[in-house]
Design a protein around this ligand. Sequence first.
Ligand SMILES: Cc1cc2nc3c(=O)[nH]c(=O)nc-3n(C[C@H](O)[C@H](O)[C@H](O)COP(=O)(O)OP(=O)(O)OC[C@H]3O[C@@H](n4cnc5c(N)ncnc54)[C@H](O)[C@@H]3O)c2cc1C
Length: 471
Amino acid sequence: MIYSNNPRPESLKSLSDVIHIPFWLDDPAKPNPEPLLNQNIATDLLVIGAGFAGLWTALLAKEENPARDVVLLEAGEVAIGASGRNGGFLDASITHGFLNGLSHWPGEIAKLHELGLQNLHEIEATIKELGIDCDFQLTGEIDIATEPYLLDQFREFIELAKPYNIAYEYLDESQLQRVVKSPIFIGGLKRLDSAIVNPAQLAWGLRRACLAGGVRLHENTPVTKLEEQDKTVLAHTPHGQVRARRVALATNAFPPLLKRISYYVVPVYDYVLMTEPLTATQRESIGWQGREGLSDGNNQFHYFRTTADGRILWGGYDAVYYWNNGFGPQLENRPASFARLAEHFFQAFPQLEGIRFTHAWGGAIDTCSRFSPFWGTAHHGKTAYTMGYTGLGVGATRFGAQVMLDLLDNNKTERTALEMVRTKPLPFPPEPLRSLGVNLSRWSLDQADRHEGRENLWLKAMDRLGLGFDS
Ligand SMILES: Cc1cc2nc3c(=O)[nH]c(=O)nc-3n(C[C@H](O)[C@H](O)[C@H](O)COP(=O)(O)OP(=O)(O)OC[C@H]3O[C@@H](n4cnc5c(N)ncnc54)[C@H](O)[C@@H]3O)c2cc1C
């Protein structure tokens, strides 16, 4: 079945009490911010941005060499960006899924898959070792079909993955309905290399570990300009400067400090709803006693999962690009997307009619044309950056942080030898072509979903060029 996009009055009513704060950040455990920078300082390593990429960079740098001085500057508060507003799917893939990795790096995908699994296991080990209470659950993820053609795609997918020893399990309708009950779910594809997590609690746990390890964190301290000066880079902030031997840029979809990044990344807004906790009867009506992460197999997909206190997070589908890399808090509240999400939720789970949503929010995704991270250096190797995670960076940013440190320390490693690391995505064109291209891609993907996955000429041409658009 294809989701209808016309919200009924009941769906709109379910949204009437929402607050526009990411559910994960609406938590009394949220730490008080560290003081802003108000003097001039010097450091060995300056990390800019305290989402997952920046936190892992600072933590791993200290772990590797405790004597290295590390300063972490954050424009707002830790996890205020995508890291505190995502779905909390912590996936092993560092390539935005196996298929995307296979299509871009067929000769390398086995290694990339292995490195991704290692990354997931190391994240799990760190969480345990540091005692971070973040509801980490290695539950696996199920892609769900709502139309028969997707079942054929799932079977093809299993065949493609076989030579790489990746364990996927096909679920027919009755097997899937034993996991989760919905009148529109007709089959699924399950894999185990994925976890769910409370992302803000993970970020705050990493923050605590950084502080305990001696990282100097300043929140509410935006870097406004970077300047190369001889053997150092000078970072300007409103009330102080940092002179750094090395700089790691972890600013994701935010307006970049290096112009070159703006050619490769477009901010695309993704929207999310959270329900109130389900009653025992409501939970019974949908089954879903496990904590598996779920998502639709369509191009325009929803992702959904439960929380520790028994709510359902339901996000995705719309992926909105605003003219000229539009960015800012004013774009995080989009009533039309919330209404569509609510309507789709009740189409998937009509037995939950009457449940209310408590939180509705949006966030920017750092979309690049190959959907998976890229790296680069500037200021003669003194600055490195990583971005382009395109909606799958909760886990992959840790791998990205390791690569950034390799690049800054000029270490030749297994990671830096990867073609994925050595190459960049194709750039996006400037406006107005950028908007035209992105919106045409988005429309074409919607059309493909409505016509059994058949791609139009535009999508075929994009595929041939290795260019894509995703949230
Ligand atoms: C709605 C939504 C749902 C998502 N769902 C998932 C999911 O389920 N699973 C998954 O794997 N991924 C998901 N993602 C993507 C994932 O959240 C990101 O890939 C990941 O959090 C990126 O981490 P980051 O540290 O690079 O970026 P961010 O968390 O955005 O951190 C960047 C930080 O840099 C700071 N900053 C920016 N500019 C400056 C400056 N000039 N000076 C100082 N600080 C600066 C910002 O304030 C921000 O805190 C989702 C994203 C969104 C928006």
